[in-house]
Design a protein around this ligand. Structure first.
Ligand SMILES: *[C@@H]1O[C@H](CO)[C@@H](O)[C@H](O)[C@H]1NC(C)=O
Ligand SMILES: *[C@@H]1O[C@H](CO)[C@@H](O)[C@H](O)[C@H]1NC(C)=O
Length: 466
């Protein structure tokens, strides 16, 4: 026994480095495996690891990163290692330099906020409401202590999610310490989904960019106010003044005395299909053009610049598949907006008044109705020009500051309805400006950076008591 024990092989000197190397490699492999595993389960603001919303399918996104490894690295880097020290500025209270500034009342259309939230006034909003609303949501937004957390369920088309999340981050930056804790569900596609009849027994609170009179969906300012890089639409505070200036290049007298529409008629919209039949300048006083986005992209969007599309006295707005972001740009021209009776509304359209800042068009009598409006305007150029101007003034009053105020009041009023205290969800990731920028491509980053705000010197406008 002693003999054999004496010959127990002693650890040979070469074995130790081998063991260390081996454990190092297996640890590294394990770590890489773990990283890859986490990365492949992490949803992101650009849609990594997320399916398109099943209620509106769109082509799955492709990503820039060349290899699986570089993608995993980027996801980990941007999602987990970027916001650590970032302070979204929620802790410090507001400090309004212009303390004596007279506090402005909010525009009248802000009243819609209370109307939109009316369904939950008595019942309040419970966790149960959110669990049900989640079935219709692309993501969940939680704000706690001025920090933003997002739970991703589905990808959003193009960069909608990115620009919407950015808008919330900018709201937090603009009003540090003022935005209350909140927990809400958001869908980023165009069609409202909470039908008032079908959900009568339990209205579900779901934010999106539009609603209808027959839906409970809560309208929220759409992403394009912060930019729509895919079609080169810049942040609102750049786009509006540019359109307004471009519109002045041709005087009213010299503007084309026809009703103009340019857009995509191939969006399964019977209305737009019918609009094509009005394309006769002699008979209907209308010019209907097809927007070819591929060609526009190839030419660097020079021809499709919105500021160059204000040379007609009348501009037609026609809903497409659902609601359309184009209305704000049409109104901005100062031409007479001919709005074909819309089914959808977004947050600001509730302030529009027929015959005051636009002319309504009857969809059941489409071409003749357009023609009547055009004839009226050409007989009454002064009145027509003034009406167009009032439409433009309305859009001018909807500056980006007012839009943040709308978001602020909507979120604040909504948060008052929650019957629970919003808490950090275990599944949600903190999102900060740096992490959004980390995922953004070069063009997106440029658009995002240009819409960065600074803390407001004045408090939000005053929402009139109910
Ligand atoms: C809501 O649902 C009802 C019943 O399914 C349907 O008849 C109605 O058209 C829907 N309303 C809207 C606005 O889609
Ligand atoms: C409408 O008519 C104009 C002039 O005739 C034509 O150039 C244009 O292509 C037509 N629009 C559509 C969508 O066909």
């Amino acid at each position: 026994m002693a003999h054999s024990s004496k010959h127990t092989p002693r650890t040979p000197t070469y074995l130790l480095p081998c063991v260390i190397a081996l454990s190092f490699f297996s640890l590294t492999a394990l770590l890489l495996y773990k990283v890859d595993d986490v990365a492949s389960r992490t949803g992101t603001v650009v849609g990594h690891n997320l399916e398109p919303t099943p209620w509106h399918v769109f082509p799955t996104k492709s990503f820039d990163e060349e290899t699986r490894q570089s993608r995993a690295y980027k996801i980990i880097q941007c999602s987990y290692l970027t916001c650590g020290s970032a302070d979204s500025g929620g802790k410090t209270g507001p400090s309004f330099a212009a303390k004596d500034a007279k506090q402005q009342n909010c525009p009248d259309f802000f009243r819609a906020i209370r109307k939109d939230l009316e369904p939950w006034k008595k019942t309040k909003i419970s966790k149960g409401h959110l669990v049900e609303a989640q079935k219709y949501a692309a993501f969940r937004v939680v704000i706690v202590g001025g920090k933003l957390f997002v739970d991703w369920y589905y990808a959003c088309v193009q960069s909608r999610a990115m620009f919407t999340v950015w808008s919330l981050l900018q709201l937090l930056r603009r009003y540090p310490g003022l935005v209350p804790d909140v927990d809400l569900m958001f869908d980023c596609m165009d069609k409202p989904s909470i039908n008032k009849t079908e959900h009568a027994s339990m209205p579900l609170p779901l934010f999106r960019y539009c609603t209808t009179k027959g839906h409970f969906d809560i309208p929220f300012p759409d992403w394009s106010f912060w930019g729509w890089p895919e079609i080169n639409i810049r942040p609102w505070q750049e786009e509006f003044p540019d359109i307004k200036q471009g519109a002045q290049v041709v005087s009213w007298k010299n503007k084309n005395p026809l009703a103009y529409w340019k857009g995509n008629p191939d969006v399964a919209s019977p209305l737009r299909t019918e609009l094509l039949t009005c394309n006769d300048s002699m008979k209907w006083g209308a010019e209907i053009m097809r927007q070819d986005w591929d060609a526009a992209a190839r030419s660097g969007f020079q021809e499709s610049k919105l500021s160059k599309q204000c040379n007609h006295r009348y501009k037609i707005y026609a809903e497409g598949y659902a609601w359309s972001v184009s209305l704000k740009y049409i109104l901005s021209c100062g031409s007479v907006a001919l709005i074909i009776r819309p089914q959808y509304e977004d947050f600001f359209t509730r302030g529009l008044v027929p015959l005051q800042n636009f002319l309504p068009v009857d969809p059941l009598d489409l071409c003749p109705s357009i023609k009547r409006n055009v004839d009226w305007g050409n007989k009454h150029p002064k009145e027509a020009a003034a009406l167009g101007k009032r439409g433009q003034d309305y859009m001018e009053s909807l500056n980006i500051d007012r839009i943040y105020d709308y978001m602020f009041h909507l979120i604040s009023e909504y948060s008052k309805l929650l019957d629970f205290k919003p808490a950090l969800p275990s599944t949600a990731l903190v999102v900060c400006e740096e992490s959004v920028l980390c995922f953004a491509d070069e063009k997106q980053r440029s658009f995002l950076s240009r819409s960065t705000v600074s803390p407001s010197q004045t408090p939000p406008c005053t929402l009139k008591p109910a």
